[in-house]
Design a protein around this ligand. Structure first.
Ligand SMILES: NC(=O)c1ccc[n+]([C@@H]2O[C@H](COP(=O)([O-])OP(=O)(O)OC[C@H]3O[C@@H](n4cnc5c(N)ncnc54)[C@H](OP(=O)(O)O)[C@@H]3O)[C@@H](O)[C@H]2O)c1
Length: 244
């Protein structure tokens, strides 16, 4: 796919990894809509930087646990840009939920944000991409979908579900739409992670270092413009974590 002039929707694009993906796509000439839930100032700043690259961009406030809100967000992108070529499901919720301490609300929240949200977005863009006879969806999962951390089981189960969804959507949306996933290892640590936990996560990779959001962007760019013959793939970008 040639990216110049294409329309991308990047969830969680206000900051961190999603922001780097959004700006990277804008640098390639895409018009980019980003979603955020609470980070309004960061979303405005990201959009300002997108527009500085002389492409269109705008922020959409949405809680992706809410299906109707997601459908409204997708309609907003369509009415503004008249097509949607690319969906990057990057928004995510992540916090510890030790067995015996996690609440039902934690389970609902983590499954809704990390699995239902990407499903709502994919289901809303699917008819648009089918009509265009072209489209790309990239779901950002986690190596923890395959090597679950015991203190984060609802998050890991949601990401495992998102892997299955990637395979299923690749089948359902063939032959015109490609659906792939990226499984990052340690890239950007969330606030509140201790130095010991960081050191442990890095030690568990083969390459003995954390990756960067730029590594994730490069994997996204491969799925979008590197090849149109890849669908249903899950690419680890994890410094070898899954083999270590
Ligand atoms: N960072 C890593 O090292 C790493 C490792 C493995 C996998 N990943 C995956 O890579 C992706 C990007 O990682 P990240 O660390 O940049 O993500 P993140 O900072 O944890 O989350 C990205 C954004 O998701 C948004 N979000 C959370 N709950 C939401 C909801 N209910 N509705 C709408 N938006 C919501 C938040 O937006 P607001 O700030 O606007 O509220 C947040 O800024 C995620 O899918 C993550 O699971 C990351």
């Amino acid at each position: 796919m040639r990216l110049k002039g294409k329309v991308a929707l990047v969830t969680g694009g206000a900051k961190r990894v999603g922001r780097v993906i959004a700006l990277g796509l804008a640098s390639q000439g895409c018009r980019v809509a980003i979603t955020y839930r609470t980070s309004q100032a960061e979303a405005s700043e990201t959009v300002r930087q997108i527009r500085r690259k002389r492409v269109g961009g705008f922020p959409i406030q949405v809680d992706q646990r809410d299906g109707p809100a997601v459908r409204r967000a997708v309609r907003q992108v369509l009415s503004r840009f008249h097509r949607i070529d690319i969906l990057i499901n990057s928004a995510s919720s992540f916090y510890p939920t030790p067995l015996g301490e996690a609440t039902d609300a934690d389970w609902q929240d983590l499954l809704s944000t990390n699995l239902a949200g990407p499903w709502y977005f994919a289901q809303a863009v699917a008819p648009i991409m089918r009509r265009q006879r072209s489209g790309k969806i990239v779901n950002i999962v986690d190596t923890a979908a395959f090597r679950p951390w015991t203190n984060y089981l609802p998050y890991c189960a949601a990401k495992g579900g998102l892997v299955t969804l990637t395979w299923g959507l690749a089948r359902a949306l063939a032959p015109h739409v490609q659906v792939n996933a990226i499984a990052p290892g340690p890239i950007l640590f969330p606030p509140g992670i201790s130095a010991r936990e960081k050191e442990q996560a890095i030690r568990r990779t083969l390459l003995k270092r954390a990756g960067s959001p730029e590594d994730i962007l490069q994997a996204v760019l491969f799925f979008l413009q590197g090849s149109d013959y890849v669908t249903g793939a899950v690419l680890p970008v994890d410094g070898g974590r899954l083999l270590a």
